[in-house]
Design a protein around this ligand. Structure first.
Ligand code: PXP
Length: 266
């Protein structure tokens, strides 16, 4: 059974309703696969990790099938598609190879990201404005296969307008610059980046109130609250810091702790 087959009508209704509620947590389990690939063995299993995250309250599971297959493998994607009980968000580059895989797997979401082979992680947002024709056609093909499409973009007006123009169902705002400012203890820059993200959420919601606005990258229990409190954020996708927490407290507790950090009021 595909992931799409698990999706009930009520889940679809939740999708548009949740825009004004507490943000959802999508857990990225790529780094469970990173640990496995480091030894070339069969453990730890990203699928088992994803199922534990779901039991602990994750609202969705994100995996990034990179072109170089450095962590998640094709078999992980197919295996998870049949067993997740929430929603799969499949991150991928907008290539012909990935389109074929997505159309077979039919995840609930595809999130299109830019990919550079030499990068440690996804460095910048997708240049949607610069490849509008290609992406409009690409997104149309995914949507024709009943897949919702999100675009990972920097919090810039030009990219938001382009995402709306090419028919995306959601955007995911890149929070990497905000997170990096925090790591550098640069509070002024962190506040400036936070404001940039707040403005981007407001612009996106104003431009198209059906466009869902997600955010992610570099979010931790220490920096997540300010992002989670932004009115209009639908879902946060968090991987590295949550899996790092899990090394000390276990995966289920790490999910519970992240949700609590997101939802506590300041
Ligand atoms: N969202 C997107 C589009 C990403 O590419 C990543 C990293 O794979 C994340 C969220 C999660 O980022 P992090 O692992 O830093 O939490």
């Amino acid at each position: 059974m595909t992931n799409a087959a698990h999706i009930t009508a009520s889940k679809l209704e939740q999708t548009s309703e949740n825009a004004s509620k507490k943000p959802l947590l999508g857990v990225n389990v790529d780094h469970v696969a990173t640990l496995r690939q480091a030894r070339g063995v069969s453990y730890p299993s990203p699928l088992a990790a994803a199922l534990l995250c779901e039991q602990a309250g994750a609202d969705g599971i994100t995996i990034h099938l990179r072109e170089d297959r450095r962590h998640i493998q094709d078999a992980d994607v197919y295996e998870m598609a049949g067993q997740l009980t929430t929603r799969m968000n499949l991150e991928m580059a907008a290539t012909t190879e990935m389109l074929e895989i997505a159309c077979q797997v039919k995840p609930f979401w595809v999130c299109l990201v830019p990919e550079k082979r030499a990068e440690l992680t996804t460095e910048g947002g997708l240049d949607v404005a610069g490849q509008l024709t290609w992406l409009t056609d690409y997104i149309g093909q995914l949507q024709a296969a009943d897949i919702k499409v999100s675009l990972f973009i920097d919090p810039e007006d030009k990219q938001i307008a382009a995402a709306v123009n090419c028919g995306a169902d959601a955007i995911e705002l890149h929070t990497g610059a905000y997170a990096e400012a925090g790591l550098a203890d640069d509070i002024d820059r962190m506040n400036a980046e936070l404001n940039r993200i707040k403005n981007a959420v407001a612009t996106a919601r104003f431009t198209d109130d059906k466009l869902l606005v997600n955010a992610g990258h570099g979010l931790t229990r220490d920096n997540v609250n300010a992002i989670a409190q932004i009115d209009g954020i639908y879902e946060l996708n968090i991987g590295h810091a949550l899996i790092a927490d899990a090394v000390f407290v276990g995966l289920e507790q790490a999910v519970i702790m992240m949700k609590s950090a997101m939802h506590q009021s300041i």
